[in-house]
Design a protein around this ligand. Structure first.
Ligand code: UDP
Length: 140
């Protein structure tokens, strides 16, 4: 299995509850290495751009407001089959449907405030990584 990269966000509900370390520990225990990380407060324009694919969805405005309601930690994660590995440890979008032991089951508050974002394909991972990081910020 190839070593690949994916993009992760620790969302405002998690930073607010001081869960940056707890989330990162679960990512690391799942075999993912944090090769870039920074704490930022997204602007509305950044959040709207990042979630542009969801612009027509009914939850878009609430999602953008939530994502700018506090700081987030954006990360690049590296590991074998990183996109799938991360999606597996994240759990289902709605924490009520997430498997025990996943980040969303153990830590998330709701379908919106679900603690983490993770890219859903290698192609999207590349786009999302370059949305927030320059090459020299990523140290493998
Ligand atoms: N979301 C929401 N309501 C919904 C579906 C999604 O608020 O009914 C939010 C939630 O924060 C989710 C994000 O929108 O993580 C992106 O949705 P997506 O379907 O891409 O889920 P994910 O890939 O994050 O599991």
């Amino acid at each position: 299995m190839a070593v690949t990269r994916t993009f992760s966000i620790i969302k405002p509900d998690a930073t607010r509850r001081n869960l940056t370390g707890a989330v990162t520990k679960m990512l690391e225990e799942a075999g993912l290495r944090v090769v870039a990380s920074k704490r930022i407060h997204m602007t509305r324009e950044q959040a709207e751009g990042f979630y542009g694919v969801h612009r027509e969805r009914p939850f878009f405005n609430d999602l953008v407001s939530f994502m700018i309601s506090g700081p987030v930690v954006v990360q690049v994660l590296e590991g074998e089959d990183a996109v799938k590995r991360n999606r597996d440890i994240m759990g289902a979008t709605n924490p009520e449907n997430a498997e025990p032991g996943t980040i969303r089951k153990e830590l998330a508050e709701s379908i919106e405030a679900n603690s983490v974002h993770g890219s859903d394909s290698d192609e999207n991972a590349k786009t999302e990584i370059s949305f927030f990081f320059s090459d020299d910020e990523i140290v493998g």
